[in-house]
Write a protein that binds this ligand. Sequence first.
Ligand code: C5P
Ligand code: MG
Length: 224
Amino acid sequence: MPAIENLGATTRTSPLWSPDKVTVIFVLGGPGAGKGTQCSKLVSDYGFKHLSAGDLLREEQDRPGSEFGEMIKTYIKEGTIVPMEVTIQLLENAMKKAMEEEKKSTFLIDGFPRKLDQAHAFERSVVPSKFTLFFDAPEDVMLERLLDRGKTSGRADDNIESIKKRFRTFVETSMPVVDEFESQKRVIKVNATQTPDEVYRDVQARLKEWGIEPITLKFVQTDA
Ligand code: C5P
Ligand code: MG
């Protein structure tokens, strides 16, 4: 089945799902801030469904016969933002699939929204988000991580030229999204320069403040 059949998602004028039924947490941060690393930890402890916009775009890019493959490839190489109709349709399709096949209703949407138009269109036509988890780190820290990841990631954009462009896109295009959500008091900002475990400890503490608790009890104490 093709990942995208049509690009109708963003033409709706009201949300497909109610935030009472479907919980969406956006995960933002510059390239190399550790979004993916933190999301995998959260998935195992909280049972969220993790959807990475970048991963979905790379998957669509590589899907034989995709009419969007070449376009996506160019945008990713240049570190610019793929037109929102494509990304939002991919996300909506992936959410539907996870609801049907895995009975999931709480989503971590990683690397999205990277531009204000995506933020507005998604909340208007798919579902309003609960809040945004923002991983904050300076460029020198992110650069070191990306170059290290580039040794094994096989990603076409983990090289110095693409990284510089991605940093620029992040500052100019994506930070306004964080700023807008921040003005609505819908951002949890975490210091992402720490080790993954330290970052995760902070994330867990902040989620707790929003009433979100882990689902797995790793250690069960008995009265032996
Ligand atoms: O999040 P990740 O680093 O995997 O994203 C890789 C690239 O995918 C971005 O640099 C951008 O070109 C594209 N992308 C996008 N819109 C998004 C997420 C990713 O255009 N919301
Ligand atoms: Mg990622």
